[in-house]
Design a protein around this ligand. Structure first.
Ligand code: SF4
Length: 310
């Protein structure tokens, strides 16, 4: 069950006296929670507007209103306007799944999760230690909590990869554990109501096929986003200089929301914004879209590296 500590939110909001107008922002999956929170804050006397723009992470904070209540993510960048980050926690208990699979757990593991499940790290850690498993965690570059990873920050895994035999990713979804497996080259088990090894080979094969297709392009669009926590102009300029040196034509594009229908006119694109756009949504684009880390691979230079914003 997903939970928000509304009393905590109200205390934090009251910490900004004089503010009457609040904007609530939440990712699509937490819209219901945003509605509940909005009702709660309106009952407490505030005027609340809910952001209807897409929200994928704390890399893109809504700028409307006197104070932003941002639900479900932790802070990535600083703002002049006050922002209250609201934790959404999930009380799912991972221990029964671990109990059933205790024989499959390697001797030294790194724990990874998202902010939503971070409170479960303690019970998982104690269970593993009681079963003679060595447990490691680290804090990432753009994250706040031990073991927390994002699609653009897997450093909580890469920092400790030399100390562990494998990682346990606590949560649902495939992108985060796949990213950790590719970034660390270590086995990753996804733990929720099942205990499954993550197969990164399929994703890597797809990426290499796209990289090969892109290598035949002569005109490249290099795309940056105006979302503050995804703004990567220096990566875009570096990719452009590299491609020019290889004899390719390049154009720089900028937009806020990078959507397939906005990218036309070039043979291939390099996305210098959220890494998930090229990696998760590749099938939606007509032309090959690469991350900036994949650019040298078109010329057989370097080895596969996960793109991160760190
Ligand atoms: S850049 Fe992408 S992965 Fe990172 S926080 Fe934003 S939406 Fe999530």
């Amino acid at each position: 069950m997903l939970m928000i500590d509304e009393g905590y939110v109200l205390d934090r909001v009251r910490g900004y006296p004089g503010i009457k107008n609040i904007t609530v922002q939440a990712p699509e999956g937490l819209r219901k929670k945003a509605l509940e929170l909005s009702t709660f804050l309106e009952t407490a006397g505030y005027t609340v507007v809910i952001s209807a723009s897409p929200c994928y992470g704390a890399c893109d904070l809504e700028e409307y209103g006197d104070l932003l209540v941002h639900v479900g993510h932790t802070r990535i960048y600083s703002t002049k306007r006050p922002v209250v980050f609201v934790e959404v926690t999930d009380d799912f208990n991972f221990v029964p799944t671990l109990e059933k699979n205790v024989e499959r757990i390697p001797a030294r593991v790194g724990l990874l999760t998202t902010a939503q499940h971070r409170l479960q790290l303690e019970s998982v850690g104690s269970f593993l230690r009681d079963n003679q498993v060595q447990v490691h965690t680290a804090t990432g570059s753009r994250t706040e909590f031990e073991g927390q990873i994002l699609g653009c920050d897997l450093t909580a895994a890469t920092k400790i990869s030399h100390e562990v035999d494998a990682f346990l990713y606590l949560g649902t979804g495939t992108f985060h554990p796949l990213g950790a497996a590719i970034a660390t080259r270590k086995p990753v088990f996804r733990v929720y109501d099942t205990f499954e090894p993550v197969d990164s080979e399929k994703m890597l094969r797809k990426r290499h096929a796209l990289i090969f297709e892109a290598s035949r392009a002569s005109t490249f669009g290099i795309v940056i986003s105006t979302k503050k926590g995804q703004y990567r102009m220096s990566d875009a300029l570096a990719a452009r200089a590299y491609l020019k040196e290889k004899g390719k034509n390049t154009f720089l594009f900028v937009c806020n929301e990078i959507r397939p229908e906005y990218l036309y006119g070039c043979d291939a694109y390099v996305i210098c914004a959220c890494p998930r756009i090229a990696l998760d949504d590749a099938a939606l684009f007509e032309s090959p879209v690469l991350t900036c880390k994949e650019v040298p691979l078109m010329f057989e230079e370097g080895e596969y590296t996960m793109d991160m914003i760190v």
